[in-house]
Ligand binder design. Structure first.
Ligand code: BG6
Length: 515
């Protein structure tokens, strides 16, 4: 029988009593188990400072799965079988002795479940602790088992290029680059992975995918939530470090990259790095002022309910300058994309939760048939990443009837509505990939370095107070200046969730039964 892909390994979850473990990691492990991808030769060791009995820990895991997992336990027996793989150790990560004890525990569970010494360390911890944990793993003998050793780390990976470099150097003293899996959970999303397939497996897109036919690209990551209870983190991060440096740039890169010559993780990531290096740098505070808009939400309303302003949130300075909204005009200065603006925006407390990428094509030339009859709408390809998953194409067609009118028609493939499709969560896919040793959808150091080098000058200009911080009412689409970025170029933001547009006929797959 084939070994389950993510089996034969011990998962060490550092930060096992935290939010990420509860919302994402335990549910991901349970889904993998239910799908037969873990088998029975695996173990999970939860680690955190807080004392917890094994039974309490398994109770935490059960609650997390009941609340957050797409599968629910089917019977007490089945649950006990899964939970039996979980154990807990209280650990002070500054204390080497604790790591020595962990080594004994690891060897014991590995022999109990017949695991060959493969170890995956998931650091759901503050990045300042990554270096200490790596060092103590080594000195505590945790990397001496037979089999592979891999480290998964979460963002924020540094605060700027220099701090990221320092952090990387600390980790690299212990782990090789190919053993480090830096998570950007957007890369685990179904539709982000689908970008490659849409681009490279459809003959009619590739010939058009360049500056001759594309007028502009728009990437929106809109969120309705505010900062919830993350004031302390967000004050230091802001939208630039929280969303732009990672998720937003990763998506831009996947839209803009050249087809790799092989589907090998390194070839794909080589192409992505080339894009990041081709993005036009923000050369001066003036350049930042011209091409970037930053905003912060003030008090506002949604659905008749009042929403607080950012400065009134817990653990936020009353005169905070932190941006909760970011929009920019970027360029990828290479042959394919010469002159095509990439408009990007992200914000908290916007009217909808939606991540979408719009590719706006150049108009067909005016010709005898259509000249002066009606203003044509451009063709669009829209990739809907989150929470709706799907794509649609907007084309022009004759309006049925005797009048010679043209009407936009949107042809939609909506994956979220498809029968029988239960998309795996990003973390499930990423854990599975890391356990298989596939690093395609993880960020390599040179990608990260290039992304920091791109955003650092923006943060630098803001530090010197270049470019105003605009306030926008919570529940609105952000500062009007973000509209102006496009208007100045003769474009506008296409409505997110285009179904809100008037006068468009929708042809959708929602009625179709998929066999
Ligand atoms: C995280 C950010 O990386 O992504 C959060 O830290 C943000 O601020 C979240 O809310 C958005 O992710 P998703 O998958 O809900 O779009």
């Amino acid at each position: 029988m084939r070994e389950p892909a993510a089996g034969n390994a011990t998962y060490f979850i550092f930060g096992a009593t935290g939010d990420l473990a509860k919302r994402k990691l335990f549910p991901a492990l349970y889904s993998l188990y239910r799908e037969g991808k873990l088998g029975e030769r695996f173990a999970v060791i939860g680690l955190a400072r807080r004392p917890r009995t094994e039974e309490e820990f398994r109770g935490d895991v059960l609650r997390s799965i009941r609340e957050f997992c797409r599968y629910k336990p089917e019977s007490a027996q089945e649950w006990d079988r899964f939970a039996g793989h979980f154990t807990y150790q209280s650990l002070d990560i500054g204390n080497l002795e604790g790591f020595r004890a962990l080594r004994e525990l690891a060897e014991e569970v590995e022999s109990r479940f017949n695991i060959g010494g493969n170890r995956l360390f998931y650091l759901a911890l503050a990045p300042e602790l990554f270096g200490t944990v790596s060092r103590n793993l080594k000195e505590g003998g945790m990397l001496e088992s037979p089999g592979w050793h891999r480290l998964i780390i979460e963002k924020p990976f540094g605060y700027d290029y220099l701090s990221a470099k320092k952090l990387n150097e600390e980790i690299r003293q212990v782990f090789r680059e190919e053993e480090i899996f830096r998570i950007d959970h957007y890369l685990g999303k179904e539709m982000v992975q689908n970008i490659e397939v849409i681009r490279f497996s459809n003959g009619f897109f590739e010939p058009l995918w360049n500056h001759r036919h594309i007028a502009n690209v728009q990437i929106t990551l809109a969120e309705t939530v505010g900062i919830e209870d993350r004031g302390a983190y967000y004050e230091n991060s802001g939208a630039l470090r929280d969303m732009v440096q990672n998720h937003l740039l990763q998506m831009l890169t996947m839209i803009a990259m050249e087809p790799p010559s092989r589907l090998d993780p390194e070839d794909i990531r080589d192409e992505k790095v080339k894009v990041l290096r081709s993005i036009r740098p923000f050369r001066s505070p003036d350049d930042v002022m011209r091409r970037v808009v930053r905003g912060q939400y003030a008090a506002g309303m949604r659905n008749g309910k009042p929403l607080k302003g950012y400065r009134e949130e817990d653990k936020v300075a009353p005169d905070s300058q932190t941006e909760t909204f970011f929009a920019a005009r970027m360029f990828v200065d290479n042959f394919r994309w010469a002159g095509v603006p990439f408009y990007v925006r992200t914000g908290k407390r916007l009217p909808v939760k939606a991540t979408e990428i719009v590719i706006e094509f150049k108009n067909a030339p005016d010709n005898v048939l259509f000249a002066k009859r009606q203003v044509l709408q451009p063709n669009l390809l829209v990739i809907r990443i989150n929470p709706m998953e799907g794509i649609y194409i907007k084309v022009n067609a004759k309006k049925p009837g005797n009048e010679p009118l043209i009407q936009p028609v949107a042809m939609e493939f909506c994956q979220s509505n498809q029968i029988g499709i239960n998309t795996p969560e990003a973390y499930e896919r990423l854990l599975h990939d890391a356990a298989r040793g596939d690093s395609t959808y993880f960020t390599r150091w040179d990608e990260l370095a290039a992304a920091w080098k791109l955003v650092d000058p923006i943060a630098g200009a803001w530090r010197e107070n270049s470019g105003p911080l605009y306030f926008y009412p919570a529940g609105s689409w952000g500062p009007l200046e973000a509209e102006k970025l496009l208007r100045d170029d003769g474009f506008h933001w296409w409505p997110v969730n285009g179904q809100e547009e008037d006068n468009v006929i929708w042809v959708s797959n929602t009625q179709v039964t998929v066999k």
